[in-house]
Write a protein that binds this ligand. Structure first.
Ligand code: ADP
Length: 546
């Protein structure tokens, strides 16, 4: 029996129409360093129409890829919605990837047009000659004449190109399974791989992001979107904001703790999103120059494990609730969010849930798989590789020629996440580590993340990163690299002593090194690959305790 329900496609054109009419007074604002440039969602609708006309004029049609090489700002949000709404495919390029990798992904995705921020023109100019499919570059917020284009590529000025375009567009409502946007993994553990989101997946994901079991967004919120729009589908925030009528606050290129805090002081966001390294910097900035940030009712943090000491610092010192979340580019990215259940009654219970990677929502099925391929129970104690499936989880990687890419990442309809952890009977995920980062010492596992979190609880430690290094007797042992808080001192003996009541004796690290800075990936995660290379090249000064 079929339902009587209308078969309305879940399209981003419909979302744009909604945002620019019924919540048309809501706004997106970009920090200029001293104030904001603000656009209402009604104006965003008109600008989206102008951009769609302009792109169509450049020959962009259904399914064509339009790249962006931009900071988080008003125009980037316009592209985020206008490009898919017109039936083309948005490809936000990661401006911090190595040049070869940016060129690789632009060519792989076959980007035809790229929108580039004026301040990024010098960087982009070095990449453009090797981009084989780009025919048009549109310079946004800057002087287009500063970009010398190779033969066959035309350069346009965004305001000039859009000035003469009509401010309405007949946005097509296309099959909801069509491609809407693509995002490449940041290559933390390998070559970037392309994930293609559909209108349907982005729509359903945005509903989950806005839901109470997701980020719980209200129309009254102002969302400080620090997570770059090119990182993991911007955590779904642009679409979720348009859907909920929340305001968006965009930091543009002002991403250091000082400017971010100035932006916060001026605009008082109620919600914010970024990876832990950004929040570590913000906390340190607040230590030096205290400021009230309690206007933030909640801050969502994910992308790497959030040290419980960081969550406590936000709670105790700043009255801001950190929401820990887990996800991947491949999962759109919302996989799980750590809201405690109603059964957690004591403060201790609540914390026990808050420090997990979170509870899976109804749209994400999850299971644990052992090395031999058997499914292990969700009993909170058994460990395995986390596998997920659902309407906003990718079923494959993008492949221009149709040949399977990394087929071993998929297991009969499940995505193998490469993350090792446990799942409780009530659906909370606790990650031990990435399978590539777990330290295998004498046949037993040591979680690099657990060690990092524990060491970062020491008051003298600003950042700590742990990698496995070869060991003759035990195969592998942990090496802890420490960045001290400015002016603080701590000896390896003292730091190890600090860990003794938190770990079994055999897990306590004997190798320690002090570094000026943890190498970071293009999306601000600890770059363990680079640290391993530094160790292998003998570039680290290691103390080995008896
Ligand atoms: P990349 O794989 O290139 O780093 P992603 O941002 O998609 O790009 O990374 C997803 C991975 O980040 C996850 O598989 C997991 O290992 C890690 N991750 C994300 N959120 C968390 C979290 N809350 N705790 C621990 N690890 C996390």
């Amino acid at each position: 029996m079929l339902s009587t329900m209308q078969d309305e496609p879940l399209s981003l054109a419909t979302l744009l129409r909604y945002a620019s009419t019924f919540v048309g007074d809501s706004t997106v604002s970009t920090w200029t360093g001293s104030g904001v440039r603000t656009m209402t969602y009604r104006e965003l609708g008109a600008e989206s129409a102008r951009l769609a006309h302009a792109l169509r004029g450049l020959g962009i049609g259904i399914g064509d890829r339009v790249g962006t090489f931009m900071w988080n700002n008003n125009e980037h949000v316009v592209a985020y919605i206008a490009v898919p709404a017109m039936g083309a495919v948005l490809h936000a390029l990661n401006i911090r990837l190595f040049p070869d990798q940016v060129v690789y992904v632009a060519n792989h995705a076959e980007d035809q047009v790229v929108l580039v921020d004026g301040t990024l023109v010098p960087l982009f100019a070095q990449l453009l000659p090797n981009m084989t499919t780009v025919r048009h570059v549109i310079v946004v917020n800057g002087d287009a004449s500063t970009l010398t284009a190779p033969a066959g590529v035309q350069v346009h000025s965004y305001p000039e190109l859009l000035a003469t375009q009509p401010d309405t567009y007949d946005f097509p409502v296309i099959d909801e399974r069509s491609a809407a946007a693509m995002c490449y993994t940041s290559g933390t553990t390998g070559d970037p791989k392309g994930v293609v989101y559909s209108h349907r997946s982005n729509w359903l994901h945005a509903m989950q992001v806005g839901a109470p079991s997701g980020m719980c967004l209200f129309g009254t919120d102002s969302i400080l979107t620090i997570v770059p729009l090119f990182h993991a589908n911007a955590w779904g925030l642009p679409y979720a904001a348009l859907m909920s009528g929340a305001n968006l606050l965009m930091p543009d290129r002002f991403l250091q703790p000082g400017p971010l805090l100035e932006f916060m002081a001026a605009q008082k966001p109620s919600f914010a999103a970024a990876v832990p390294t950004i929040w570590g910097g913000v906390l340190a900035g607040l230590e030096a120059n205290p400021q009230d940030i309690s206007h933030l009712r909640s801050v969502i943090v994910g992308g790497s494990a959030v040290p419980p000491s960081m969550m406590r610092a936000f709670d105790d010192k700043h009255n801001v609730r950190v929401l820990h979340a887990w996800g991947m580019t491949e999962t759109s990215p919302l996989g799980s969010v750590a809201h405690p259940p109603a059964t957690a009654l004591t403060e201790e219970d609540v914390w026990a849930y808050r420090i997990t990677q979170g509870r899976f929502p109804a749209g994400v099925q999850a299971r644990l798989v052992a090395d031999d391929g058997s499914v292990v129970p969700n009993d909170g104690a058994s460990l395995g590789e986390v596998e997920v499936r659902g309407p906003w989880i990718t079923g494959s990687y993008y492949s221009p020629d149709g040949a399977a890419v990394d087929a071993e990442k998929f297991d009969n309809g499940w995505l193998r996440t490469g993350d090792v952890g446990g799942i409780s009977p009530d659906g909370y995920l606790t990650l031990v580590d990435r399978s590539k980062d777990v330290i295998k010492s004498g046949g037993e596992w040591i979680s690099s993340v657990d060690l990092e979190n524990a060491v970062m609880g020491h008051p003298a430690v600003a950042e700590a990163v742990v990698i496995g290094v070869p060991d003759e007797k035990w195969d592998e042992r942990p090496l802890v690299a420490i960045v001290l808080v400015e002016g603080a001192e701590a000896k390896p003996e003292q730091l190890r002593e600090f860990l003794t009541d938190k770990f079994a004796k055999w897990q306590l690290p004997e190798r320690w090194t002090f570094i000026a800075e943890v190498p970071k990936t293009s999306v601000g995660k600890f770059d363990k690959k680079r640290l391993r290379t530094q160790y292998a090249e003998g570039a680290l000064d290691v103390t080995t305790l008896a």
